[in-house]
Design a protein around this ligand. Structure first.
Ligand code: GTP
Ligand code: MG
Length: 587
């Protein structure tokens, strides 16, 4: 049967599509649906037969699909490559009586018509496609970027067809040629050292050339030319450079000083020869002579140099040295007498450890333990204490003004000193009656003169402190004036215990009160308090210091008493001193 013409064929297929639900593409791809609706690949010959039958009779077709399923065309480039490969090998798709699947190529049959099944026509078409591909490659190679082609080789040439061996070989050769060209071009640009890792292992030629180039670069010599280091490779030195050098040599001949200055700069930057630098003439230092008799430029306080001035300077330096010695250093320089030192050690004055007190036999659980007798019972302690201080301490009067002072019936012993120095605490410690006199760690608690009777024998007076205190200035001034009036005018006052903090020593306010008492001829005795806060040696130093400072004073009663209301050290000594006053002094 003769094959139907193109237009008649299309019409027939349209009708069949409507009847069987098979698309044009399905037929193109050679896929028919079987009775189960599954796609079956069929040979070209069969397809042709079918088209023939369709052309003859509409009812005699083999296709008997019930459902109209549209199947996408499975024509791929591989189909074309199979044809292409077969053409290269000189085999036709159906030659030798063997059945070989040959599919229509999309590119070759743009009009949608099926390819002729004859072997000769297929060969022609495959050869045609091969030629067109080859031409494409050549044109690509000519116009494509060498870097792009290099990338393709580097990343495994994934795009290449596995089946086209000939084309692979040809492309390999072309790649090699392209790489050679590429590296040649890079060598010409003198950038062979970078990106070596990217080079393909296959391009041996390029590697050899690169290695040669690297060697050449390493062999570049550096030669000094007129103090400048230049890269001597012969090729790069231009005529302009030469002209510049000539100009420089001319300048050198004309102005040597300018040249030498330039040389210094160059030497700093490039580390060039030092010979030229040494030849540079050194600058002469200008001597400025000043007329010693010319006073026009002198300041008023400069004066003329003389021997008297030197003497004054020496004296000033000596004074400065003495001033430079700080008060603390002066205190450290004090050497206490052996008697004071032994007293300090015997009474365990100064900062001591509990273990030391325990070893000495004192019960540290008692308040003011050092005021007790070592290894003694309570009855023993009561027996040896001064009888005066066995009496009960009783508060009987407080005065903020002098008019409110009580009558002086008993001999009075007053306790004065700066705020927070431990006056009230000492009263408690002396009488062993803790809590009778109020104490506080805040300075300024006692703001009035408090009178305490110790039995019928003595009167103890707690004075407000002076110096820093948490109180208003007017109030402080008022009670300081009251204290001054009391110590200077009180008739029954037999002794003022002036308390001084062992740590800080005497302050100006203390000296003010001393001066006042000296003028009023009031007997006073220095009591060093809080001895437990400093080292024993410093207790002795402070006592020595104060004794020395008050040597010339008349109303002061020696010795300085060292006590600690907390530890009880020296309390018994003070008690002995004060009980003597009560015993011998008549009110
Ligand atoms: N470590 C130590 N602390 C002491 C001693 N005597 C007193 N103190 C403490 O010092 C603080 C002040 O004590 P006060 O007896 O109130 O001093 P004050 O001189 O009466 O003070 P004013 O009433 O403000 O003038 C209190 O916290 C006491 O516990 C002492 O011998 N050693
Ligand atoms: Mg007080």
């Amino acid at each position: 049967m003769p094959a139907p013409t193109g237009s008649a064929n299309i019409k027939l297929r349209k009708k069949l599509k409507i009847a069987n639900g098979i698309s044009k593409d399905d037929k193109k791809s050679g896929i028919n649906l079987d009775s189960n609706g599954k796609g079956v690949r069929r040979s070209k010959r069969e397809q042709n037969r079918e088209t023939e039958s369709y052309g003859v009779s509409h009812s005699g077709g083999n296709v008997s699909s019930k459902k109209g399923i549209r199947v996408k065309s499975t024509v791929t480039s591989n189909a074309a490559e199979e044809v292409y490969e077969g053409a290269l090998k000189g085999k036709s798709g159906i030659s030798g009586g063997k059945r070989k699947r040959v599919y229509a190529h999309r590119d070759m049959d743009k009009e949608g018509t099926l390819e002729d099944s004859a072997g000769s026509s297929r060969r022609r078409s495959s050869l045609k496609s091969y030629r067109t591909r080859k031409l494409d490659l050549e044109t690509q190679d000519k116009f494509s970027d060498p870097r792009e082609s290099r990338k393709k080789t580097l990343y495994g040439e994934a795009r290449r067809s596995n089946n086209s061996k000939l084309s692979e070989q040809s492309t390999r050769k072309m790649n090699l040629e392209r790489q050679e060209k590429f590296f040649d071009s890079r060598e010409s640009k003198k950038k062979p050292l970078y990106g070596e890792g990217r080079r393909s292992n296959n391009c041996e030629l390029a590697n050899e050339r690169n290695s040669r180039k690297v060697k050449e670069i390493r062999e570049v010599k550096y030669v000094k030319v007129d103090g400048y280091e230049e890269e001597e490779n012969g090729k790069r030195k231009s005529k302009e450079r030469k002209a510049l050098d000539q100009n420089r040599s001319k300048q050198k001949a004309e102005s040597p000083s300018r040249f030498s200055r330039k040389k210094v700069q160059d030497r700093k930057s490039l580390g060039a020869d030092s010979d030229v630098y040494e030849q540079r003439p050194k600058k002469k230092k200008q001597d400025i002579r000043i007329d010693p008799h010319d006073t026009s430029n002198k300041r008023l306080d400069d004066g003329l140099p003389s021997k008297d001035k030197n003497k004054e300077k020496q004296e000033d330096s000596a004074k400065d040295k003495t001033v430079e010695l700080s008060k603390n250093a002066q205190f450290r320089a004090i050497r206490p007498s052996p008697s004071i030192l032994s007293f300090v050690e015997d009474n365990l004055l100064g900062r001591r450890r509990d273990i030391q007190l325990k070893r000495a036999g004192y019960n540290i659980e008692l308040s003011a333990p050092l005021d007790n007798i070592p290894f003694s019972t309570s009855s023993e302690r009561e027996r040896i204490e001064e009888p005066v201080f066995r009496n009960k301490l009783e508060f009987f009067a407080a005065a903020k003004v002098s008019s409110s002072f009580p009558p002086a019936d008993l001999p009075e012993i007053a306790f004065a000193g700066r705020s927070n120095v431990g006056k009230s605490s000492l009263l408690n410690a002396l009488t062993r009656q803790w809590g009778v006199v109020r104490t506080s760690d805040k300075p300024g608690l006692t703001q009035a003169i408090n009178f305490f009777n110790l039995g019928s024998k003595m009167c103890l007076v707690d004075l407000p402190g002076y110096g820093f205190a948490y109180a208003k200035e007017e109030v402080k001034e008022a009670w300081e004036e009251l204290v001054k009036e009391y110590v200077s005018t009180r008739l029954g006052l037999k002794r003022v215990c002036l308390l001084i903090d062992t740590k800080w020593g005497m302050k100006p306010r203390d000296h003010e009160l001393i001066d006042l008492m000296e003028r009023a001829q009031t007997k006073y005795q220095i009591i060093l308090t809080k001895t437990d806060t400093v080292f024993p040696i410093d207790v002795a130093r402070r006592a020595m210091q104060i004794e020395e400072s008050l040597k010339t004073y008349k109303s002061v009663v020696q010795p300085v008493v060292m006590i600690s209301s907390k530890s009880g050290a020296g309390i018994r000594s003070l008690r002995t001193v004060l009980s003597k006053i009560a015993r011998f002094v008549k009110p």
